[in-house]
Ligand binder design. Structure first.
Ligand code: ZN
Length: 184
């Protein structure tokens, strides 16, 4: 008998993966989705994936943006997605700089593990999608699938040749299509 499959989750990077990376963005009005990002999120949600954002935001502890500004940008993102019926289950951010050696700045697994605890999923039932080496490394760290997207800094990341992602996709839609095809 077939076991009922557990809910899968997509742990998504924000800047350069869902949104155009405006570098320490503090103004919600600047929020702009990348081409095909909405379509990718719709495909994942339609296939039963929970959508969670995990984002490094060292601009906070560098003193370049306020937590309230970051949260306003996150709310704006949620509003834009909600227009098309896409809901994020949660958004986690790390405010720390690399020097702080925290356990949440990607590739450290802190945010993903917290999401797993809060939402009750197994990290191995996840795909991590992002444009940086840290996103792919996070996927490895938690035993999840990892997909590098060629948006944001993704082409540079790919050219550096260091990442061992399970897949490299042109954008979030292509990443979602690959996930759906592979019957994983
Ligand atoms: Zn942190």
């Amino acid at each position: 008998m077939e076991k009922k499959r557990r809910k899968r989750y997509a742990l998504l990077d924000r800047d350069g993966t869902i949104m155009v990376d405006k570098i320490y963005q503090s103004d919600p009005a600047q929020t702009e989705l990348l081409p095909n990002a909405l379509e990718g999120l719709k495909l994942l949600a339609g296939a039963g994936f929970g959508l969670v954002v995990v984002t490094n935001q060292s601009g906070i502890n560098r003193g370049l943006i306020q937590p309230s500004e970051l949260e306003a940008v996150n709310r704006r993102l949620a509003e834009i997605l909600a227009v098309d019926g896409v809901a994020l289950e949660a958004v986690y951010y790390c405010p720390h700089t690399p020097d702080e050696d925290c356990c949440c700045r990607k590739p450290m697994p802190g945010m993903a593990l917290r999401a797993a605890r809060d939402l009750g999923f197994d990290p191995r039932d996840c795909v991590v999608i992002g444009d940086r080496e840290a996103d792919v490394a996070l996927g490895k760290a938690i035993g999840a699938m990892s997909v590098l997207v060629r948006t944001g800094g993704g082409r540079e990341t790919e050219a550096e040749g260091k990442v061992k992602a399970d897949h490299i996709a042109d954008d979030l839609k292509a990443a979602a299509e690959w996930m759906l095809e592979k019957e994983w």
